[in-house]
Write a protein that binds this ligand. Structure first.
Ligand code: L14
Length: 348
């Protein structure tokens, strides 16, 4: 960014999987940082962290931490956001919250810049960053909805362990090691740290991400359903989701089925729309086995789409394969991108 004014930035949850990516992204984007404050739980306070060649010491996050902060990036869990985001706002900071605490709050914009950047201007101090699986899906769906009309979405996800934090990634590593050594796998974290039962993720697939709701869907599935309608301003869009955890570290993949309004749409038309969309890269050529995978998309900021096909029975139905780095576009990059747009549009 070419920018003369500099901003005081706080990162809450700086030691976490997303917090670390937020710092990397601020650095990669050459974000106009004046002062940087790295905040954490009391447990991590005192730890050291490098940013742009300078060593920072983590401080325990308290209400007073936000004095003089312009933008606070939160990713330390919903309970921390519920407690401290209002304190940050009270002290004049803009909060960009990467937890599910405020996403469905009517007073809080839920933003993917490629889809609904304009919603940012209605903020009351907090802007919510959507769920990782939702973000990459709506980025791919937006051009379809805009140009062809969209009435139905059915998605199945293939999600990386890093979404559940560094502990879940360590668990996959330890279980894989144990399995290959012929030892018993220990399961203490996945599918959900705080839930009653745990199952191995290594060499397995777990059809539970986040806790179960009364209707039989998991919270991750309901987040995808509700957030998609809110971000796309499409309350009557039919959306259903099945969210599954697989044993790889980075990037979520999604098999997405859509039904469009327009009749007679061709695969070529859909490919060219996706290929031209902001923040989306088309990687789709069966003749050269070209399609995105979790490994090929890891470390990149874009959303990658391939395997675009027409349904064989439903005239207006199409299938797509959507892959993106869950910690970048799914979390850290989308948050920093929101901050960049706030500055560019002077919505602070
Ligand atoms: O809603 O366990 O931001 O992979 C996204 C990652 C919830 C947990 C969210 C996971 C989180 C989810």
């Amino acid at each position: 960014m070419t920018q003369s004014k500099l901003y005081n930035i706080a990162v809450v949850g700086a030691t976490g999987a997303v917090g670390q990516k937020m710092l990397e992204t601020l650095e990669d984007r050459d974000f106009p940082v004046n002062e940087l404050k790295l905040l954490s739980s009391s447990r991590s306070a005192g730890k050291k962290q490098m940013f742009k060649g300078t060593e920072y010491t983590l401080e325990e996050a308290t209400p007073e931490s936000f004095e003089n902060i312009d933008i606070a990036l939160f990713s330390a869990g919903g309970s921390v956001s519920k407690k401290l985001a209002p304190e940050a706002v009270k002290r004049g900071a803009l909060v960009i919250d990467n937890t599910s605490a405020y996403r469905m709050d009517e007073k809080v914009p839920l933003v993917v810049p490629e889809v609904n950047e304009e919603d940012i201007q209605n903020h009351n101090g907090i802007i919510a960053n959507p769920n990782c699986s939702t973000i990459q899906m709506v980025a791919a769906l937006e051009p379809i909805k805009t140009h062809l009309g969209l009435n139905r979405v059915i998605v199945s996800t293939y999600q990386a362990v890093s979404g559940a934090g560094n502990e879940a990634a360590d668990e996959l590593r330890d279980q894989s090691q144990a399995f290959l050594n012929g030892e018993e796998m220990q399961a203490n974290i996945l599918p959900v740290g705080g839930d009653k039962k745990h199952y191995p993720i290594a060499f397995n697939a777990l059809p539970q991400i986040d806790v179960f709701q009364e209707n039989g869907y998991t919270f991750e599935e309901m987040k995808m359903i509700n957030e998609t309608k809110k971000i796309m301003h499409a309350p009557s869009l039919q959306v259903s989701a099945t969210c599954v955890r697989l044993p790889f570290f980075t990037s979520h993949a999604e098999s997405v089925y859509v039904e469009v309004d327009k009749a007679g749409v061709t695969v070529e038309e859909l490919k060219s729309l996706i290929g031209e969309a902001d923040g989306v890269v088309l990687e789709d050529d069966p003749s050269t086995q070209t399609y995105p995978t979790p490994l090929s998309s890891a470390g990149k900021r874009e959303v990658f789409v391939g395997r675009i096909r027409k349904d064989l029975d439903q005239e207006n139905g199409f299938h797509l394969w959507v892959v993106s780095d869950n910690l970048l576009k799914g979390a850290a990059w989308n948050s920093v991108q929101i901050a960049e747009r706030v500055i560019a549009r002077q919505w602070l």
